[in-house]
Design a protein around this ligand. Structure first.
Ligand code: J2J
Length: 544
């Protein structure tokens, strides 16, 4: 049974996935102990000076789970989880699974707007955060929210600093292990965030069964085993890093996960050399930085066998540099927190490896590429990508209105991505129709930024579009209509400061703003974003 507010797979489809051995009744909360039985004193996690074995990890998960229960965490509770790349993240996530609670994976860059929304939408009863991290006091924010939201009764501070009154310190989340009930494998294990198209981010329920299947399948495809060393370079709460095969896939295979505090070449090259990393995953922006740094670095990267690149369009020119300059295989990954993953394979011919995003990872993934009237198009023709399958959601959490448009009647998810299929069935991602800016791999829903811009005094209308950028792939460009005389408009610096003050995450702030007399409309009367994108990309324009 799935939590109320979720859309389960139809009974006969679920029975089919079980009968075919895809869903095996795995409870994610039980995994650390099973891994410990299998891999014992092998190193599971490396983070800073810490090296944690599988046995230690399982013990810590058991004690942390018991600590959460003692502090009032109950099965079914939603808990917003906001932690950086530390061993704590892994321990806390699995401890919450073990306690039957459902973590909501928030980014550490999220601020008041996002954290409040996630708490409200999920009906969270708790928040787990890093204390003061990169100069921001997450506990103070969570305490403020707890004062406003009656359901939010527990604030946990996993930082090393002094802990505010009313928050539970990390040392308090520790107790003698308890016998805890197992989870229903068909129920939600945790929530991922949607890259979004609407003004407010959506929650993606991921079940124990579907995520266990995803990670096992991708780990097998990637040939992971006890000798594998995975570097978590991107934020660990990103689906790519967490489970593609990422942290969960590597631990399921008896390998070692190395957690990098950030994705800079400085930090990551040193870790690759020291820990003999075999696999890592990055977005194209990070790959570009690594290639630049490589020319100045004598780090030994010879252990690295595969570099996964995904999350945003990879320019062919960049793709072609990976193997010659980094000495490893390039694996393109097209994925989404909603489910579907498509990846290159070790035996791909060089052209496919460079120019396609590979094939879906499961034989049970169903792909449809359709035109504007939902009619399938032939191979080679670009259309919207629709998909359903054993690890792709059937509905966002508590979003019936949006679900009615985001899914077809027969349960296909409308990805909003434009793609074509090669005759051999490989995917080529060609663009998107959804109203999103992909800035260095971060997804920014235009509607969300527009809503905040409209709340700034003096702004009558706002349209946010992507503009191409050499380093980030895209940047955020805002077209604005002033309420008053054109002379009286707020400059970009003030706009950014206002949005920042409103508590919007910094990666969503416009990179450029331009005031216009009015916004162009399509014949149907909607804002013509295509025309605005083209205008934004025109180097001859004057802008703020
Ligand atoms: C072009 N666009 C891509 C690619 C994702 C693995 C890898 C990535 C994600 C991810 C993920 C792309 N080329 N190779 O969850 O497990 C864009 C598409 C897609 C959206 C999803 C994973 N790879 N994209 O990026 O949920 O537009 O997941 O629909 O953050 O990123 O974003 P997200």
């Amino acid at each position: 049974m799935m939590l109320d507010g979720c859309t389960p797979w139809p009974a006969e489809t679920a029975a089919h996935y079980r009968g075919a051995g895809l869903w095996r009744g795995t409870d994610l909360g039980s995994l650390p102990r099973l891994w410990a039985d299998a891999y014992g004193t092998t190193t599971a996690l490396v983070a800073g000076p810490d090296r944690i074995s599988y046995l230690e990890l399982a013990d810590r998960v058991d004690r942390t789970a018991a600590g959460f229960v003692r502090e009032g965490v109950r099965p079914g509770d939603r808990i917003v989880l906001q932690l950086p790349n530390t061993a704590r993240f892994v321990e806390v996530a699995f401890a919450l699974f073990r306690a039957g609670a459902k973590p909501v994976f928030s980014l550490t860059s999220h601020r008041a707007q996002e954290v409040r929304h996630l708490c409200e939408l999920s009906g969270a009863s708790g928040y787990v955060g890093p204390g003061v991290f990169r100069g921001f006091d997450h506990t103070a924010l969570a305490r403020r929210l707890a004062a406003e939201l009656p359901g939010l009764r527990m604030v946990f501070d996993m930082g090393d600093g002094p802990v505010l009154e009313g928050a539970v310190p990390a040392s308090g989340i520790d107790a003698e292990p308890l016998p805890l009930p197992a989870n229903d494998p068909s129920d939600v294990a945790f929530f991922l965030l949607s890259g979004g198209t609407t003004a407010l981010p959506k929650l993606i329920p991921r079940t124990h069964d579907d995520y266990a299947y995803q990670t096992r399948t991708v780990a097998e495809l990637s040939g992971l085993g006890p000798g594998s060393v995975y570097l978590a370079a991107l934020p660990v709460e990103f689906n790519f890093t967490w489970g593609c095969p990422g942290v969960v896939g590597t631990l399921s295979s008896g390998g070692t996960v190395v957690l990098a505090p950030d994705a800079t070449a400085d930090v990551c090259f040193r870790l690759i050399e020291r820990e003999r990393v075999t696999l890592t995953s990055v977005v194209p922006t990070v790959a570009r930085l690594w290639l630049e740094e490589r020319q100045w670095s004598d780090a030994d990267l010879s252990s690295l066998q595969v570099l996964q690149i995904g999350g945003a369009r990879l320019e062919p020119e960049l793709a072609a540099r990976i193997t010659p300059e980094l000495g490893c295989r390039l694996q393109q990954v097209f994925g989404m927190a909603e489910g579907l993953l498509s990846m290159g394979r070790a035996d791909d011919d060089p052209h496919s490896a460079l120019h396609t995003q590979g094939r879906p990872v499961s034989p049970a993934d169903e792909i449809r590429i359709v035109d504007a009237s939902d009619a399938p198009v032939p191979p080679g023709v670009t259309g919207e990508l629709l998909t359903r399958g054993p690890y792709t959601l059937r509905g966002y959490y508590r979003a019936p209105g949006h679900n009615a448009v985001a899914f077809t009647e027969d349960g296909f998810y409308r990805t909003g991505d434009l793609a074509s299929l090669t005759p051999e069935g490989r995917l080529v991602v060609e663009g998107r129709i959804k109203d999103v800016v992909v800035r260095g791999g971060d997804k920014i829903a235009a509607g969300e930024v527009e809503a905040h811009l409209l709340a700034v005094p003096g702004i009558a209308a706002a349209a946010v579009v992507p503009v191409p950028d050499e380093f980030l792939g895209e940047r955020i460009y805002a077209f604005l209509v002033s309420r008053d005389e054109p002379g009286a408009v707020p400059p970009l610096s003030l706009l950014k400061a206002t949005l920042h003050q409103r508590g919007l995450a910094d990666f969503k702030l416009p990179d450029r703003a331009e005031y216009v007399a009015d916004l162009p409309l399509t014949p149907l009367g909607k804002i013509d974003k295509k025309a605005l994108s083209a205008a934004a990309a025109d180097p001859a324009r004057s802008r703020d």
